[in-house]
Design a binder for this molecule. Sequence first.
Ligand code: PLP
Length: 280
Amino acid sequence: MTTVYLNGQFLRLEQARISPLDRGFNYGDGVYEVVRAYRGRPFRLEAHFARLADSLAKIRLGVYLSPLTDVPARLVEENGLGGGDALIYLQVTRGAAPRQHAFPPPDTKATIFAYAWELTPNPAWSAPGLTVILAPDERWARCDIKVVSLVANVLAHQRAAERGAQEALLVRDGVVLEGTLSNFFAVFEGEVRTASLSNYILPGVTRALVLELCREHGIPCRETPIFHHELAQAEELFVSSTSFGVAPIHQLDGRTLPEARPVTERLQRLLGETIARECA
Ligand SMILES: Cc1ncc(COP(=O)(O)O)c(C=O)c1O
C-alpha cells in the first residue's frame, strides 16, 4: 500500500487521480526533482528545492514551495522507508485546462505530485563500475531545466540498455556533455574535469557537491568542455547523480578502462563521509 502526495493531500496511490487534460500529460509542461533519503533523512534537500524553484521560474510557473519541503521526509516515513535508502520523485505541472499552447487561465492550479520508493544501490555501480555508451545528444536547447519531457533521454537510455550498458553519455558538437540521468567527469593528469554549466547540461546537485569536495580537499578540478577525441587520454571517467552518487565508468563503447582509479575512489569516499555527516 503506497502512500503518495497529490495537491496537498497524502493518500493511497489507488486513490490518486489527475485529469487527462493535465498539461504535464498533454504537453510535458512541467518540471520535477528526485531527492534521495539516507536512513529516512533527505540529503541536500535545500539544493534540490533551489533547483526546483529555478526550473519553475524558467518555465514561468509560480508555485509557493515552502509547504512542500516536508513532503519527502513524510513520504519516506508514511511508506516505512526510513530504514534504508529511498528516492522521492516530486513533479509540478501547469495543471489541467482545455488544450491551447499558450498558458492556461491564471486561476489554473498547478498539479503537484510526489511519491517515494526504496533504492537498493547496485554494488556493480562501484565494482566493476558502469558500462556506458556514447550517443548523439538529441535533446532540446534548455537542458538546464529539469522538465518532465524526457523522450530524447529515454531513447538514448534505451539505446544503452539494448547494448547492455547502464548509461549513455550524450555528445553534441564533439563535446561529451553529460549522461541521460547523470553528469559526466573525466580525469586528465590528476585533474578532474566536467562540462561548464550552460543551457546544455543539468546543474546536478551531486555535480556541485563533487566540485565542492574537490575544492575543499585540494583535488585539482576545472569546469571546461571534455571533447570526444580526448576520451582515450583520460585516466579515469565517472558520473555523478542522486541515484549513482559517484560511479566509476568501467567500460566505454566496449573499451575497458584502467582498473586503478584513485581520484574517483577518493571522491566516492568523501561523498560517503558527507552523507554520513549530514544524514546522521
Ligand atoms: C540529465 C541529467 N543530468 C544530470 C543529473 C544528475 O543530477 P543530480 O545530481 O541532481 O541527481 C540528472 C539527474 O536526474 C539528469 O537527469
